[in-house]
Ligand binder design. Structure first.
Ligand SMILES: Cc1cc2nc3c(=O)[nH]c(=O)nc-3n(C[C@H](O)[C@H](O)[C@H](O)COP(=O)(O)OP(=O)(O)OC[C@H]3O[C@@H](n4cnc5c(N)ncnc54)[C@H](O)[C@@H]3O)c2cc1C
Length: 291
């Protein structure tokens, strides 16, 4: 099917892009890699009057560090993260999750920020950002605000973003002590969206877990932050009982549905098992990875 007719603009500066959205944000769609937007246009699920292509804003294509945060620009693609050697050392959950996304064609064009703005509850990045306590920088002609990942997803395919805003950057707090993370994904075949996936990140204080982050994929109307499981880990030695309890609590936070890929009960049990596996992998990495 062909998309419905739309105007197309490809601004050369961020100010220009924001100016266009200030005028026509209500009827416009931003396009980054186009890996979700173009299929939606072709299926006519989205029929914007205007597409604002931000791909010509190279300043948004950088990974950096600023004010105690790792910063990921809006045009940083899945493949950039997958191949980033410094991230493989300091935050291995990021390249690991990137590698699980789709196939090389999608990873070569799709962006992390675009994926999060698309807010598919089966998207992988949402869970990772929840586990990492990330923030999204939303920029409009009127200024900037930061939105915690925990309040960004408001429903399936809906976010806290306003029509005149662009996510210009994702910010992830950098921790100084030992830390580690892992992304565990069950997919029907290579390249599929998740049947269930789990992101786990731990920060250690000696032999105890100082902070744990757990995000869930494809088991609810949005990516879910398993807050009770996170709290049950904080301040504790990672004994097998503590890890098992975190798995049970995370499964309790999941709200999956029966579908062709499995029953709700099965998916909840996958969450339980993956949280335990993810914690073991994250704890092993925390022994070797320092930011
Ligand atoms: C065959 C296939 C398989 C896939 N498999 C997976 C998978 O396994 N796991 C997974 O997580 N994803 C998967 N995806 C989805 C894909 O990874 C992402 O949704 C996609 O990369 C989104 O990024 P993009 O840059 O292409 O965004 P676009 O398609 O350009 O935009 C997506 C949405 O976000 C908005 N948007 C984009 N960037 C911004 C911004 N900076 N500020 C504000 N709004 C913005 C757009 O308006 C649009 O609504 C798959 C996609 C395909 C086509």
């Amino acid at each position: 099917m062909f998309p419905a007719a739309f105007d197309y603009q490809a601004p050369g500066t961020l100010a220009e892009a924001l100016g266009v959205l200030k005028q026509r944000g209500d009827e416009a769609k931003v396009m980054a890699g186009g890996q979700s937007l173009i299929p939606l246009l072709k299926l006519r699920f989205a029929q914007p009057a205007l597409v604002v292509d931000i791909a010509r804003l190279p300043a948004l294509g950088k990974v950096g560090r600023q004010d105690g945060h790792l910063t990921i620009g809006a045009l940083v693609r899945h493949v950039d993260i997958e191949r980033d050697r410094e991230l493989a050392r300091s935050l291995p959950i990021l390249p690991e999750a990137a590698h699980w996304i789709a196939d090389p064609l999608v990873r070569n064009r799709g962006t992390l920020a675009g994926s999060v703005c698309h807010a598919d509850p089966s998207g992988d990045w949402g869970a990772v950002l929840l586990a990492l306590n990330a923030e999204l920088v939303a920029t409009s002609a009127g200024g900037q605000r930061t939105i915690p990942a925990g309040s960004f997803f408001t429903g399936p395919y809906t976010t806290a973003l306003k029509p005149d805003e662009i996510v210009t950057e994702v910010r992830i707090p950098v921790v100084s002590g030992a830390s580690g993370g892992s992304y565990q994904k069950l997919e029907r075949k290579v390249g599929d969206f998740a049947t269930v996936a789990v992101a786990v990140q731990v920060e250690m204080n000696g032999s105890k877990i100082a902070r744990a982050g757990i995000g869930l994929t494809a088991v609810g109307p949005t990516n879910i932050k398993a807050v009770a499981a996170e709290k049950a880990l904080a301040g504790h030695e990672p004994t097998s009982e503590v890890i098992a309890e975190a798995g049970r609590l995370a499964a309790g936070a999941a709200e999956p549905k029966d579908d062709i890929r499995g029953s709700a009960a099965y998916k909840k049990d996958v969450v339980r098992v993956f949280v335990q596996r993810g914690l073991h992998a994250a704890l092993a990495r925390a022994k070797e990875v320092r930011s």
